[in-house]
Design a protein around this ligand. Structure first.
Ligand SMILES: Nc1ncnc2c1ncn2[C@@H]1O[C@H](COP(=O)(O)OP(=O)(O)OP(=O)(O)O)[C@@H](O)[C@H]1O
Ligand SMILES: [Mg+2]
Length: 610
């Protein structure tokens, strides 16, 4: 009658963030919207559950009939006796058949529901999380989101897939068993209820403690694997600094601590097992002993006694299962709360309900106007990353942005892509405030080669195609040629079908960058943003990419962040940023003549170059 074997894994799955929260079971009602579509399946599961509980409760009665009428009544004629035995055995088997079918049906329906609803929740949460703004990912660790998607949903799966039906089944069994106990023998029932109360409560309370300990031990394991995850992602750095031994022993310490916590749990659990078995069996043996005396004195039949024992076992098992289910439910409530929180997170960057359309693309590319834009990152309210920036860029213009590290160059791109909204001022694309545009319309018009190139674990073809999902192979190859990537891709073992490794580890930095450029060019955007797109290239490749980019810049507006003046010189206009301010604007020649920051930078670089 134990329920534990039904969910061995989930009973031990815990989540670190869960610990401080003790959520009330009422939180689980938050799951209702996910359950609503499957009302019919729920009703079917409920019917199966009722039938199964009914037949479980009928079994002891069938037993009693079999014993009393089949075996017990020795005075009846032998032939009648045999007929009785046959009949009751048949009836007993019949009840067992119903029980088997109904239990299997319940298991099937309820597990189906658990899996289905969990899959729905996972998708819904993921779908929601991917629309969040960068601000969300600055404050929420990806590891946490992952654990919510896996661990928390698994807990919920346990609740829907097993716990709810367990709770219902055991409540039914408990109430039914209790009624049948009293029907069988009021005196023995009263005794056993008092005994069970004395026995079950200490076990339940002690059981809580054990659960708490097992949660702790899961937390320790989560700590260890979080640490391992970070280190494994940084192996080259670890080895370059010869930190292998230190890291290995750090992990050992973490694993040891998990082991110690696990041992405390195991010790408590062993103790609990001894106490539980002794107490429960003690109580049962005691009542059996009383019952045996009653049978000897003739106040009870043997069948009554066996019926009584079976009902007692059913009721006791139901209580145990219920306490287990309560704990499970509470943890799932915590998990639900966190998932609902995640689902409720509203990205501060939203498209308007009725966004303005973007005017048809002009032959020259997009016009861009920044008026008095000031912005600070939400996590740094006191330091402006960009302040009072005003800028007018004509269609087809190529603007270079230069400035020292931390000047706010990348931030400017983030604002253009509307990853953040500036606290002050406005940004207009083709005359329309980007806040009025649909986010996808805005971002579809922009192609970006970011400072840190991202390569997905896929082949070269798919990585470039990320720029435009419906591009043909020929278009991908054309973009690769334009980005001076074709040649090296051709030389890869399987050409465009070569797998580039996780995070593109099988490519050099410059190769990764050219893939990223090809990706942006494939998109054929009206506005092209290049964030140090050629920083990882050697002089020869840079010259190649430079030529390619110049071709690519035709018929579109381009903003290029660059440290190399060779790149910058060709721009129509150069903007020098410092501490979020535009400090100088002009052409290469005019800025050199000005003798300011740019002239300094130029002098440094050209001294090297010449
Ligand atoms: N997500 C962020 N949250 C808080 N502050 C940030 C964030 N990103 C950048 N900053 C800060 O904003 C300022 C501008 O950063 P930005 O990345 O725009 O510099 P940059 O000009 O691109 O520098 P680099 O040439 O080194 O790439 C820096 O002081 C930086 O520390
Ligand atoms: Mg930058």
């Amino acid at each position: 009658m134990t329920t534990k074997s039904n969910f061995p894994i989930t009973a031990d799955v815990h989540n670190k963030a869960e610990q401080p929260k003790k959520s009330s079971l009422a939180t689980l009602t938050g799951l209702l919207p996910f359950l609503a579509p499957y009302r019919n399946q729920f009703i079917l599961a409920g019917i199966a559950l009722l039938v199964a509980a009914g037949s479980t409760l009928a079994l002891p009665y069938a037993f009693k009939q079999m014993i009393d009428l089949g075996f017990g009544n020795a005075s009846t004629a032998a032939s009648k006796n045999v007929a009785h035995v046959d009949l009751y055995f048949l009836a007993l088997f019949g009840v067992a058949c119903v029980l088997a079918l109904a239990t299997a049906a319940r298991f099937y329906m309820v597990s189906w529901l658990g899996e289905r609803v969990t899959a729905d929740i996972r998708s819904a949460v993921y779908r929601h999380v991917v629309t969040q703004s960068p601000q969300f990912f600055e404050t929420t660790q990806t590891g946490e989101v992952l654990s919510r998607l896996t661990t928390d949903t698994t807990l919920i799966q346990a609740v829907i897939g097993t716990s709810i039906s367990m709770a219902l089944r055991n409540t039914l069994l408990f109430i039914g068993g209790l009624i049948m106990l009293f029907v069988t023998s009021i005196k023995l029932s009263s005794i056993i209820i008092i005994l069970l109360a004395c026995v079950v409560f200490p076990i339940v309370i002690f059981g809580r403690r054990v659960r708490q300990l097992s949660r702790d031990s899961q937390d320790r394991i989560a700590d260890a694997s979080a640490m391992a995850g970070e280190i494994l992602n940084a192996m080259p750095t670890v080895q370059a600094f010869t930190h292998e031994k230190i890291e290995a022993s750090r992990f050992s310490v973490s694993v040891e601590s998990a082991f110690q916590t696990a041992m405390r749990r195991i010790r408590s659990r062993s103790l609990l097992t001894v106490i539980a078995i002794l107490l429960i069996f003690g109580a049962i043996v005691f009542v059996l002993w009383l019952g045996a005396h009653a049978v000897i004195q003739g106040t009870m039949t043997g069948g009554d006694l066996s019926q009584f024992i079976l009902y007692a076992a059913i009721s006791a098992g139901a209580i145990g299962a219920l306490s287990e289910v309560m704990g499970e439910g509470q943890r799932a409530a915590g998990a639900t709360e966190r998932l609902l929180e995640l689902l409720a997170a509203q990205s501060p960057i939203q498209s308007l309900a009725q966004p303005s359309p973007l005017p048809a693309r002009t032959a020259n590319g997009a016009a861009l106007t920044l008026s008095d834009v000031s912005f600070h990152y939400p996590s740094r309210p006191l330091t402006a990353a960009v302040s009072q920036l005003s800028l007018d860029i004509k269609p087809g213009e190529t603007v270079a942005v230069v400035g020292p590290s931390g000047a706010g160059k990348t931030t400017l791109f983030q604002l253009l892509l509307r990853f953040y909204d500036p606290q002050q001022g406005s940004i207009k694309l083709d005359g329309i405030d980007i806040k009025q545009l649909d986010l996808h319309t805005l971002r579809d018009a922009i192609g970006i080669v970011p400072q840190d190139t991202v390569i997905f674990s896929a082949d070269a073809m798919e990585n470039i195609r990320y720029g435009r999902a419906n591009a043909t192979d020929a278009e991908v190859i054309a973009a690769a040629k334009m980005a001076a990537a074709h040649e090296f891709i051709e030389k890869l073992p399987e050409g465009y079908q070569s797998f580039l490794g996780e995070r593109g580890v099988r490519l050099s930095g410059g190769q990764r960058q050219r893939i990223a450029i090809a990706r942006a060019l494939l998109k054929n955007p009206a506005l092209l943003l290049l964030d140090e797109a050629t920083s990882a290239l050697d002089a020869e490749s840079e010259r190649l990419v430079q030529t390619a980019l110049e071709a690519a810049m035709i018929n579109r507006t381009t903003i290029i962040i660059a440290h190399r003046l060779a790149t910058v010189q060709r721009a129509d206009r150069i903007i020098v940023l410092e501490n979020g301010h535009i400090v100088e604007t002009g052409t290469h020649a005019s800025l050199v003549a000005l003798g300011g920051i740019y002239a300094n930078l130029a002098a440094l670089q050209f001294n090297v170059l010449h």
